[in-house]
Ligand binder design. Sequence first.
Ligand code: PAF
Length: 279
Amino acid sequence: MKVIKDVLQLQKIAFKHLREGDEVGLVPTMGALHNGHVSLIEKSVKNDDITIVSIFVNPIQFSPDEDYLKYLRPVKKDLEICKKNHVDYVFMPSANDMFPQAYKTFVEVEALQSIMCGVFRPIHFRGVATVVSKLFNISCADRAYFGMKDFQQLKIIEKMSKELNFRTKIVPCPIVREKSGLAFSSRNFYLTNEEKSLSLNISKILKEAAKEFKNKSLSVVKKKAINKLKKIPNSKIDYAEIVSIKDLSLADKNMKKVVFAVAIWIGKVRLIDNTEMTK
Ligand code: PAF
C-alpha cells in the first residue's frame, strides 16, 4: 500500500493505471474510518483492479461554526485499516494542495443542495460536490463508492456526475449499522455513553415507521415518528422528511417507494439517518 500526499503524483499514477487498462475504484472519505467505510473498501477491492481511498477532511464543506478543526484525524489507525483491507493507494493531500489560496472554482447542484441538510448547512453540499469533482478528476476512477447513510449527498453526487459527464460510475452502498441499530458514523465517537443509548432511538423509530408505512398513510407515519423523535431526551430535530427515492422531492401519497430521512441533535452531536420505506 502506498500513501500519496501530492495531488499531481496521484494523478500521474492514476493515468498510468488508466493507460494500462486497470479499473480503478475510489472510496472518498474524511478518515476516522469505521465499519461503514470498510464495507465500501471491501466492495471496491472486490470489483476493481486498483483501490484508492482518499482521506481528506475537506475544509470547504464546513461552516466556520462547525467541527472542522475538531474533526477526528486518527491517521495511524486509518492507515492500518486501509492496509488490512488491501487498499492499493491512500491519498492524503494537504488542504493547501487541494485548495490553494485564491481558489475560486466551485460545483453546485442547484435545488438539491438547499433542501434538508442544506437548510441547516448552507455551504456544505457545494463543498462536497467540489471536492468530489476534484477527486474524480485526480483519481480517474471508474467507480466511486458512497454510503446511503448520507442519502442527500449520494443523490447530489449522482446528479452532478451525470450532468457533468464524469466517467466515474457511482456505486451506492447500504447503511452499515451497529448491532444496536445505530448507523456507523465518525461523529458517533463524540457521543457519551448516555447520548449513545439515546441515539439508538433514531434507528428504532425509523424502523417502526417503515413497518407502519406498509398499511398506514404517509401523513400518519410521519406524524407518529416525529412525535416519538421529539420525545428523545436531550435532542433537537433539524428535519424529518419523507422524500422521493429518485430525486428527493417531497413524497406524495401515491408513492410506493420513499425515503424517511432525519437529522437530529443528540446533545452537541448532529446525527443523520434514513430508511427506505416501501408499500
Ligand atoms: O461523506 C464524506 O465523508 C464526505 O462528505 C466526502 C464524500 C468524503 C467529501 O468530503
